[in-house]
Design a protein around this ligand. Structure first.
Ligand code: ASP
Ligand code: MG
Length: 414
């Protein structure tokens, strides 16, 4: 049997109709059997979120959705997928009507938001057929039994439940699968958090026993340092799963912390490739962790709250941390005292439950791979993936750049 390659195209690869033709070119030139996962068209999820909050503007939104998707995929409404397209559109209208009648319903909101992915899969499938890929067809993740861990909103896909339920026969030809949503534990629709389609794609890679996952993005792989700090640095050629998860907790927007989890057990590699240079750029490959004596990257997350107290972590506070899905950078508790380090924006939600001392710091940094220089800043933790330090600085950019240069200048001269 052909090797399966899962290709994920997010909103940044769906900015106009011609992008779908480029998807067609990529797929026509790729080896193996392709499975495609898409998210909503560029900007669409933000619009749907606004509409579900302001359902009075519903009429305009529905007209706009029809117009946008037909612009991407002319003839979609009258073609083979026309009935499905009209069904999704009238579904959105009905749910908006429910919301505007004052009914507060997470289910209605979820159905509206997930429609972004459904419409996108229809538009992509339709236009790929016009492009010449005649066996492209849309597949709704929920309809083929993708299960999420949770009700309504979920952090992760339930791989073992999905593996039992998944209707693999629907994956014939070139399936265009919807990312971001699936069926929750109560059988109703459930959504992942924002940007979750990468995780959906990783789950499909695992569930179909794929050889590789390619996450198409509008960047040249993952950079050693996020360009927001003012310099362009090389893309990282190879990143272990643990290193990728560590980096994603420290201000790297390219991947989401849950993305790689489904890939680890089988060691399925993920490639981050540039959609704008599909045949020329070198990707970042994410795969099994390997020992390295090099520094790989620097992650930085500004805004840190350090909470300390002379007693163990309070159970009410702990329950709140779990309930709010906060992932602390450090959580230590002994009979003598506790220390908790979290992002400032999460602290605001926890403040009521905190009784200890709170200090605010400029940023947390994680040095991924080997840390080859003496650390002059406060050390938080060190493990095989990274060294976390806290810094206080009036000029964060220049502190980061100094750190970058001292870590990489020697290595780059080798
Ligand atoms: N469309 C969703 C979002 O914008 C999911 C995704 O893009 O991964 O968050
Ligand atoms: Mg999106």
């Amino acid at each position: 049997m052909d090797e399966i390659i899962v290709h994920k195209f997010g909103g940044s690869c769906l900015r106009d109709g011609e992008d779908i033709d480029r998807i067609g070119e990529i797929i026509s030139n790729s080896s193996g059997k392709p499975i495609i996962v898409v998210s909503a068209l560029w900007g669409m999820t933000d619009r749907l979120i606004r509409a579900s909050r302001e359902p009075r503007y519903a009429g305009r939104l529905v007209q706009d959705l029809i117009y946008q998707h037909l612009r991407f995929a002319p003839g979609l409404d009258t073609g083979e997928f026309g009935p499905l397209f009209n069904k999704v559109i009238s579904g959105i209208s009905n749910q908006l009507l429910n919301l505007s009648s004052g009914e507060v319903s997470l289910r209605s909101e979820n159905l509206i938001l997930a429609a972004g992915e459904r419409l996108s899969a229809l538009a992509v499938a339709h236009r790929l057929r016009s492009f010449g890929l005649k066996n492209a067809h849309p597949v709704g993740a929920e309809d083929i039994g993708l299960r999420l861990k949770g009700k309504g909103r979920a952090k992760e896909i339930d791989i073992s439940a999905s593996s039992e339920k998944l209707d693999r026969e629907k994956l014939v030809g070139i399936p265009i699968l919807t990312g971001w949503f699936g069926e929750g534990e109560d059988g109703d629709i459930a959504l992942l958090s924002r940007g979750g389609s990468d995780h959906s794609a990783a789950a499909f890679a695992k569930l179909t026993n794929a050889n590789k996952l390619i996450l198409w993005k509008d960047v040249d792989g993952i950079k050693r340092l996020n360009p927001r700090w003012g310099i362009e640095t090389p893309a990282i050629p190879y990143l272990g799963y643990g290193q990728a998860a560590e980096l994603s907790m420290h201000g790297t927007p390219v991947i989401h912390p849950a993305t790689v989890l489904p890939l680890i057990e089988e060691g399925i590699p993920a490639e981050i490739r540039n959609f704008n240079k599909p045949f020329s750029s070198t990707p970042t490959i994410i795969g099994p962790d390997i020992d390295t004596d090099e520094t790989i990257a620097i992650g930085c997350h500004p805004g840190v709250a350090v909470i300390t107290e002379n007693k163990p972590l309070d159970s009410e506070l702990l329950a709140k941390i779990e309930q709010l899905d906060i992932v602390p950078w450090l959580m230590n508790s002994t009979p003598e005292g506790m220390k908790l380090i979290i992002p400032i924006h999460e602290f605001n939600q926890l403040e009521k439950y905190v009784s200890g001392k709170v200090d605010f710091r400029t940023a947390i940094i994680s040095i991924i791979g080997r840390c080859t220089i003496p650390i002059e800043h406060e050390l938080v933790s060190k493990n095989q993936y990274g060294t976390r330090i806290i810094i206080n600085s009036d000029n964060l950019s220049s502190t980061i750049l100094e750190l970058y240069h001292s870590l990489f200048s020697l290595q780059d001269c080798k």
